[in-house]
Design a protein around this ligand. Structure first.
Ligand SMILES: [Ca+2]
Length: 355
């Protein structure tokens, strides 16, 4: 250990505010990669199906972190009148490729973004956008930060979620001023690293954001090693923060981060229907969160869950009989941890919406 040259994290506040989890996750399945997997290193998937080695060794992380001052973010505005073409907005919410923005006054504003090695053109964002536009009149903004996300260096991407979140927060304030949007109309949705970006975007806003949904928020460099709340998604970031955990303790956070945290099928990998070698079923499980959420948009009561302290209690029928719905239909008054089962293939929800 002494041979490592330690350098400082760029964000000094992050260093100073380090805290440690009081429990370490135990992988619930046979770990094919040996003891250090999940604690010292990890295989993290890109959405293109590729796997990438990511070190969790603190000495190496410190040495590899630097900020990219040249991050670029693209804001794409959609309504159901033009579901397949978008108005590109600049950071001041001015239209770039059109003369005006067909904003629907008073309608909800759904803002969606992606994770590492992904973009706004991929499933995690496109499916959710398409489902919203199918379901009802709303304003959808998808955010593409792929220019940063495409870097193979996970730690250098992860460390930039604060800067990218700040930029998005400033955009949201301009957007709200321009179109008369109030915070309670705004719902931010992000997968993996995108969940932490949305937490940071909301906390950087002047307005108080109504809701953030975190879809399997990234664990490496947020939960392990642990980062302070001001760097990641947490319940202080919005009026209501709900989280769907599908690859707990490996690619996604295990501990609750929001007001309401949902753990489908225990929250651990493998999720039902995810198989193959470990890297494959972990990638599949991590991605399952955004498929569950996109399905819930048209099936708001498709994912009934029970409030419970643990998966063991849920499995042993020792839960409070408080039903909650996971996903789009989640009640903003919910607090606690919730468990449910899903199907292995779509439709994943086990209670089909009759509305
Ligand atoms: Ca936060």
């Amino acid at each position: 250990m002494g041979t490592h040259h330690r350098t400082q994290l760029t964000d000094v506040a992050v260093c100073r505010d380090f805290r440690y989890l009081d429990h370490h996750s135990k992988l619930p399945y046979q770990n094919a990669y040996g003891e250090g997997y999940g604690s010292k290193w990890i295989l993290f998937p890109g959405e293109d199906g590729s796997s990438h080695f990511v070190t969790l060794d603190q000495d190496e992380l410190d040495a590899r972190q630097f900020m990219d001052p040249d991050y670029k973010v693209q804001f794409r505005f959609y309504t159901r009148a033009y579901p397949h073409s978008y108005v590109l907005l600049d950071e001041y919410a001015n239209p770039i490729n059109e003369s005006s923005v067909p904003f629907i006054a008073g309608a909800p504003v759904k803002v969606v973004t992606h994770g590492w090695r992904s973009s706004a053109d991929r499933n995690a964002v496109m499916n959710i956008k398409n489902e919203y536009l199918k379901a009802y009149d709303c304003n959808v903004v998808t955010i593409d930060w792929s220019q940063t996300a495409e870097s193979m260096m996970y730690p250098t991407v992860a460390i930039q979620v604060k800067a990218i979140g700040n930029l998005i927060g400033k955009f949201l304030d301009k957007f709200s001023n321009r179109f008369g949007v109030t915070g309670d109309q705004v719902h931010l949705i992000g997968h993996s690293l995108g969940a932490h970006i949305m937490g940071n975007a909301a906390s950087a806003c002047q307005m108080r954001i109504g809701r953030i949904t975190g879809l399997d928020p990234a664990r490496p460099m947020f939960e392990l090693p642990p980062m302070p709340d001001h760097f990641k998604l947490d319940r202080s970031d919005a009026v209501f923060v709900d989280v769907i955990h599908t690859c707990s303790g490996v690619l996604g956070a295990e501990a609750p981060l929001g007001h309401a945290d949902f753990y489908p099928n225990s929250g651990f990998a493998p999720q039902p229907g995810c198989d193959g070698i470990q890297a494959m079923f972990e990638a599949c499980s991590h991605g399952r969160s955004h498929f569950l959420f996109s399905e819930s948009i048209s099936s708001r009561r498709g994912f009934p869950a029970l409030r419970c302290g643990s998966w063991a209690d849920y499995s042993g029928h020792r839960c409070q009989l408080q039903t909650a719905y996971m996903g789009e239909g989640a009640d903003p008054a919910l607090t606690g941890t919730f468990y449910l089962t899903t199907n292995a293939v779509a439709p994943f929800g086990r209670a089909l919406d009759i509305n």
